[in-house]
Design a binder for this molecule. Sequence first.
Ligand SMILES: [Ca+2]
Length: 212
Amino acid sequence: MAQVWQIDFQSDPGGMYHSVAPVTCKHDLGDGGCWNPFQVAASRTVEHVHVDPVVGDLADSRGDATGVALAILGRVRAYNDPLVRVGGADSLNAALGDHITFGHHAASDALEFVFTHLPPGTYRLEVYANPTEHRPPRGFRVIVGARSADVAPTFAGAETMVLHDRDTRVATPEDACGALEGIAVDNTGTLRGRFEKIGGDPSIAAIRLSRR
Ligand SMILES: [Ca+2]
């Protein structure tokens, strides 16, 4: 059976640009509905960044403690899009509408990420961008060793929703996701990678890491 870790990035309450209260996702994609909030201090000015946020003792998707930790190395900002309200915590939107962001203002142009205390094995890494259409675009690239994938929402199959009192296209979760397969984790239990900007507002909403 797969073991899966689900991480839901979000800011704490009170950010700028009408950032809404965070909602931690409970949506079950088939592996269990436990998500870990990765909460970053809300950006209260455009220059307000949070440096090297970390979340430890991650539960797996079935709610069992694992001791796994995730560190993001760099200067990030955080924002909760009103999409998190659509469907409530039981909706995948609760994981995808809010996000951390980088690549502009005082934030880093690229971020490193490090999982630690993973059991050795072969992993699949799925990374989701905020799926709402935005100018500048929300896309970014995830890189692990020689593997890379673009995480850049596309809108051919998008729904239109009213967010911030205007019509906004929202990509399907699949069209806002990039995935890397076959990542080997050895006895060090460490998986390192990097995020690089593509668009001008790279917005990391969620990660699902699966050990098969
Ligand atoms: Ca969330």
